[in-house]
Design a protein around this ligand. Structure first.
Ligand code: B12
Ligand code: SF4
Ligand code: SF4
Length: 470
């Protein structure tokens, strides 16, 4: 992929004060998901296919005996749960009976069963194909496999980007730099990364709300349920079924699932897996789905063959770069997060730099302008996942109502939503800036009520908004 030479030198330093750094180990990511240094989402196949056969893989419902060190019995559901005690084994009894046995397996019934089970089982489909089928069954729209060493120049770019300070006060980007720059440092045993994309294309142009100055613009990804919660259970189910299939073939393996929940460079890995390319807005663009794509990953110790790389199809287009209201792209393919409204409204805790406030318009949570500008969206279709469909109350909410929210009302207003993760103070700060930009003097009263707010960041934004309303 072409990168503009010398782009790094153009990164703009804003010298804004840095908010407190996050403790290493557990972080909140850009979109609020919890990030742990090494995910606890490990699914281990603690037995070989031969053992599986001996224990009776063909006896569904048979109780599962774990190794003493892991202790106890776990149900299939609990085996994929969180937490140390739930770090899961997949039990023989949880392996669906229709799966073929390990080739050359020890179980005396295998040969006879192969006859009964029909063609294809002597030469079962490659695990790559199984993974692809499972992903489609779980509703993913894009699939590919990347090798763990596929990051190439992206690692160096990440390091240059952080060294430049373009990550602003996302201290967790710096804290996790070495692991993020190489999946093999994150997890030395990893042999392949299954990269998945889920289309969340909006039904309408999300920019329509930008003209309604007394309404708040919430970015498409946050108008519905928190996508982390939608995607992660699906990744777990795929991982579990894939391990069961591998086990039936006598292969022991581990997997970890990620959706923005670990220091993993999801975009360049997805590009290496052929899901699309990183456009000039830096996000992954797909020829079939445009820019509206969530990414998820299943890392595994299974040796899976990588799929092809997609080449860059941006050409001479600059629509996203020119659409950015805050000029957050110092060069094509490079973002300065410190100027990005998504960063300012979601990640940045303190007061928003004065010079950027007027440029934010009524965007109160995230921003979609660069994504929406992409001509490849003409091939996009509206997302199929009901849980990711925008909630009507988040399409164009009244700023006057949102600015009055206290802590409890804020949590109640955004159930199961990623928005809840930024907390009430940061959210009301954003709403006040939008009110300041509305030019609507009738909102002075609700702003004045926030001048005595307990949170300093809210009082600061209220003072600024009042000044703007005149
Ligand atoms: C940090 C982060 C942010 C930050 C920084 C944005 C960014 N572009 O990195 C902020 C808060 C601003 C942000 C915003 C958004 N995010 Co975000 N974010 C992430 C996160 C956690 C890490 C991304 C990362 O590694 N950034 C580091 C930089 C270095 O990476 P990069 O921009 O890809 O840099 C590449 C190129 O730009 C280039 N480059 C960079 N610097 C330099 C320097 C030189 C000299 C050169 C030549 C090249 C070069 O090389 C780099 C490597 O390929 C990922 C999840 C994940 N774990 O990957 C989600 C993720 C990227 N975000 C996502 C989304 C949806 C968004 C928003 C659309 C949300 C919204 N509507 O508000 C916006 C989009 C803004 C934008 N244009 O990027 C999705 C993107 C899906 C996709 N299709 O690509 C992800 C993958 C989450 C997910 N699992 O779905 N995000
Ligand atoms: S999300 Fe908005 S502010 Fe951020 S880079 Fe894209 S257009 Fe610019
Ligand atoms: S808007 Fe144009 S330059 Fe930007 S990502 Fe899409 S095709 Fe590439």
């Amino acid at each position: 992929m072409h990168r503009a030479p010398g782009a790094r030198a153009h990164l703009q330093a804003l010298h804004e004060p840095r908010a407190g750094r996050r403790a290493a180990g557990r972080h909140r990511l850009a979109h609020g998901a919890r990030q742990s240094a090494l995910s606890s989402e490990i699914y281990r196949l603690a037995f070989q296919g031969a053992q599986l056969a001996r224990r009776g893989a063909l006896q569904p419902g048979r109780p599962c005996r774990r190794r003493a060190s892991l202790g106890g019995r776990l149900s299939g559901r609990r085996a994929v749960g969180r937490g140390r005690e739930r770090t899961g084994l997949v039990c023989a009894g949880e392996v669906p009976p229709h799966l073929p046995p390990a080739p050359g397996g020890e179980h005396p019934r295998h040969a006879a069963l192969q006859d009964l089970r029909g063609p294809g089982l002597l030469n079962p489909a490659p695990l790559e194909e199984i993974a692809r089928r499972l992903s489609a069954e779980e509703g993913f729209d894009a699939f590919g496999i990347a090798a763990p060493d596929a990051l190439g120049e992206a690692s160096a770019h990440l390091k240059a980007w952080v060294a430049e300070g373009a990550h602003g006060d996302m201290g967790w980007m710096a804290d996790t730099l070495e692991r993020r720059a190489d999946p093999r440092t994150l997890w030395p045993q990893v042999r392949a990364l299954i990269m998945l994309g889920l289309n969340y294309g909006p039904a309408e142009d999300p920019r329509a709300v930008l003209a309604q100055r007394t309404k708040g613009a919430i970015s498409v990804y946050a108008r519905a349920e928190d996508y982390h919660e939608v995607i992660k259970p699906r990744l777990k189910r795929i991982a579990r079924a894939l391990l069961a299939e591998a086990s039936a073939r006598g292969v022991s393996a581990d997997v970890k699932v990620f959706v923005d929940t670990a220091p993993l460079m999801e975009k360049p890995l997805a590009a290496a897996a052929g899901l699309g390319w990183q456009g000039k807005h830096t996000n992954l663009v797909s020829r079939d789905l445009g820019s509206w794509l969530f990414l998820g990953a299943i890392a595994t110790t299974l040796e899976l063959a990588p799929t092809g790389v997609e080449r860059d199809h941006c050409g001479s287009c600059r629509a996203c770069v020119e659409a950015c209201p805050t000029a957050a792209f110092p060069a094509p393919y490079v973002i300065d997060a410190r100027r990005c409204i998504s960063y300012l409204t979601i990640e940045h805790k303190g007061p928003i730099p004065l010079e950027l406030r007027p440029l934010m318009g009524n965007r109160i949570y995230g921003c979609d302008d660069c994504l929406a500008a992409c001509p490849w969206n003409k091939f996009a279709v509206a997302g199929r996942e009901a849980k990711l469909a925008a909630r009507a109350e988040n399409d164009a909410p009244d700023l006057a109502a949102l600015v009055t929210l206290d802590d409890a009302a804020f949590r109640a207003r955004f159930p199961k939503s990623a928005i809840k993760r930024v907390g009430r103070d940061r959210f009301v700060r954003n709403v006040l800036i939008a009110i300041g930009n509305s030019g609507d003097g009738s909102l002075r009263g609700v702003v004045e009520a926030r001048l005595e707010d307990e949170a300093e960041v809210v009082r600061d934004a209220a003072g600024w908004a009042l000044g703007r309303l005149g």
